[in-house]
Ligand binder design. Structure first.
Ligand code: ADP
Length: 634
């Protein structure tokens, strides 16, 4: 019979497992039991929804047998089983994201000690076994199959006879050596401890035959009172973690459960565990991860919560339970009030489901709010990872969720350079300050260098640093915060000046009307207007855009083929208090033809300051050189 080779991506993980002398390799048992439990979940669900596949709930068990003579450890379940194709697909390739991530991390860190933190799945059995046999009969196919492998040299799949639906996995343990003793996995007491440690909450009985002593009923005279017997015992307590009272659950238990069930290798940032009596009643165990899953911002990432109904597993990623803006939340929901026979399609429109989803959203929101209030540092870390999602949430659906999210978003701000919420910003606003000011650029450094910043700093006005593409779009969807409008420091009229200053500027503009018009003429199609500025302090010029689309938004939209037609209207502003303006005025009276050249130069400078490309860099450089030569001739 021809051997098949493992898929390339699986091979490396496999090699690693085979050659591992990792001390925590005991986690293989947790992985196999967890697979068995998943398979039982699926069988249980099938039996409740398909009358041709009924099963006696008593049968839903996991059995572990140890055989020291043959050095085997066997795990047997009456779960859903695997067809030939499933054996091929599931055991020939790394399927789970946890394993892929693990491999990636390992390539970066070369640190075997991180194994235990991952759900590494079925392959972890190769840490202890030299040969693995998987006998399986699927609930959907009467023909059973045997998958067998000794690791590196591939695997075989052959048909076998088997009456029972389910899977039996037999591990032929590696030989013990002096420094590497595997005999503990054949020791009943030790294996029982492992089950208690890692798999206590599994909802199905994990049974083992245990040697024990029993009192004899009628011992003969002088005979021993006790006799040795073998008894089948359930080792785990079987109470799912989420059904246990909160105050009895240790942090490690929550974390361990999270890591093995939701495939993360780091502890979660936050655990939200509660039960709610009402219509419908439900229990929820939710987790906020402490870092962004590697595929979070790609279409590969699947959000959703596990759904249980009366303790029966229904589905893995119930999308409709989580709003898009909280899609980073992992966890499960268990409700007694849902109809078990409900199909997955109907579930999505179910009123009860909708009610649960609404209440989950509120709980998540208030958990985040209290983290923000009481554990600022932790919240900021959370925000570094998932803040973008919250901002998208504000923008999404034309701002429909802005009220839920407006107090959860933050931006770094010019006030101490730290994160600020809008609430904090508004509280710090100066008495005469009308707007919430922000500036959008790729980086904080670039914003700090904007000529416009000086005036705002002088006024003591705080500026929010918008460095994510979504920022400006989000606040436009928000429109205002506590009736305060947002204002970009590079757009429109900043309204920084007093009435007198305004008047003085207007007069100056009238006096210099023809100069400004001639400059506008020079830059014809490039700018909408050339005007005097009130936002500049020591810099001569800046480029701003009118209200509406900003230049940063234009850049973002340009990445999208449909948006590339949208352009910001540009305005060149000149600082009337800068010596350059005096120079322009003088030049305009004495050598009007030179104003053209200066205007082009200043426009290019403004572009450069904005971080935009100039049309003709060579010409710009030549102009500067000409000026230097002229200056030297004088
Ligand atoms: P994961 O469990 O994360 O998917 P594994 O490598 O542990 O990754 O298992 C791969 C797949 O093999 C599982 O998703 C499941 O479909 C299947 N499988 C493993 N063990 C069993 C089992 N005891 N019964 C039925 N299917 C199983």
């Amino acid at each position: 019979m021809a051997k098949k080779q493992f898929k390339a991506e699986s091979k490396r993980l496999l090699d690693l497992m085979i050659n591992s002398i990792y001390t925590n390799r005991e986690i293989f048992l947790r992985e196999l039991i967890s697979n068995a439990s998943d398979a039982l979940d699926k069988r249980h669900y099938l039996s409740l929804t398909d009358e041709n596949n009924r099963v006696d709930p008593e049968e839903l068990t996991i059995r572990i047998d140890l055989d020291s003579k043959n050095r085997t450890l066997t795990i047997q379940d009456h779960g859903i089983g695997m067809t030939q194709q499933e054996l091929e697909n599931n055991l020939g390739t790394i399927a789970r994201s946890g394993s892929l991530e693990f491999r990636k991390q390992l390539e970066e860190n070369q640190d075997i000690d991180i194994i235990g933190q991952f759900g590494v799945g079925f392959y972890s059995a190769f840490m202890v076994a030299k040969k693995i046999t998987v006998d399986s009969r699927s609930a959907t196919d009467p023909q059973a199959y045997r998958w067998q492998s000794s690791g590196e040299d591939g695997y075989t799949i052959t048909p076998i006879d088997r009456d029972e639906i389910g899977t039996t996995i037999t591990l032929e343990l590696k030989d013990s050596t002096e420094e590497d003793n595997l005999d503990e996995f054949l020791d009943s007491w030790h294996v029982q401890q492992l089950i208690k440690k890692y798999s206590d909450y599994i909802r199905y009985p994990i049974q083992m035959d245990v040697e024990t002593q029993r009192k004899k009923e009628n011992p003969a005279e002088g005979e021993e009172e006790y006799e040795d017997v073998i008894e089948t015992r359930t080792i785990n307590s079987m109470i799912p973690l989420w059904k246990r009272p909160k105050n009895e659950i240790k942090a490690e238990e929550y974390n361990e459960f999270y890591k093995s069930k939701f495939m993360d290798f780091e502890d979660p940032a936050e655990v939200i565990h509660y039960s709610l009596e009402g219509v419908p009643s439900y229990r929820a165990l939710l987790y906020i991860p402490s870092r962004t899953p590697y595929n979070f911002y790609s279409s590969e990432y699947e959000s959703g919560l596990q759904l249980y109904c009366k303790g029966v597993f229904i589905m893995d990623k119930a999308k409709d339970l989580l709003p898009e803006h909280f899609r980073f939340v992992k966890g499960l929901v268990d409700s007694d009030d849902l109809n078990l026979n409900i199909s997955r399609e109907i579930l999505q429109q179910d009123r009860q489901m909708k009610a649960i989803a609404r209440s989950l959203e509120k709980k998540i929101k208030s958990a985040l709010e209290s983290m923000l209030k009481n554990e600022r540092e932790k919240y900021e870390q959370f925000f570094d990872h998932f803040g973008l999602q919250l901002k998208y949430g504000i923008y999404d659906k034309f701002g429909a969720n802005k009220d839920t999210l407006k107090d959860l978003v933050m931006w770094k701000s010019s006030y101490e350079g730290k994160y600020a919420t809008l609430k904090e910003y508004v509280e710090r606003m100066k008495e005469d300050q009308k707007y919430i000011y922000y500036a959008a650029k790729e980086s904080i450094e670039m914003i700090d260098q904007l000529p416009q910043m000086e005036r705002l700093k002088e006024k003591g006005y705080e500026v929010l640093y918008f460095t994510d593409d979504i920022d400006e779009f989000a606040i436009r969807a928000m429109m205002n915060y506590e009736e305060k409008e947002f204002k970009s420091i590079t757009q429109g009229d900043l309204e920084l000046e007093s009435e007198e200053e305004k008047k003085a500027k207007e007069e100056m503009a009238t006096e210099n009307k023809s100069l400004l018009e001639s400059m506008s003429q020079t830059l014809k199609d490039k700018v909408k207007e050339v005007r005097l500025s009130s936002r500049l302090k020591s810099h001569p010029v800046c480029l701003v855009s009118d209200e509406g689309i900003s230049m940063e938004m234009e850049k973002v939209l340009a990445q999208n083929p449909e948006g590339s037609m949208v352009k910001a209207s540009r305005i060149l502003e000149i600082n009337p208090n800068h010596p350059i303006f005096k120079l322009l005025q003088d030049t305009y009276t004495e050598h009007p033809d030179q104003v053209d050249e200066y205007t082009n130069l200043l426009y290019d400078q403004a572009l450069l300051i904005e971080g935009l490309d100039i049309e003709n860099p060579v010409e710009y450089a030549n102009r500067i050189c000409d000026l230097m030569i002229k200056a030297n001739q004088k």
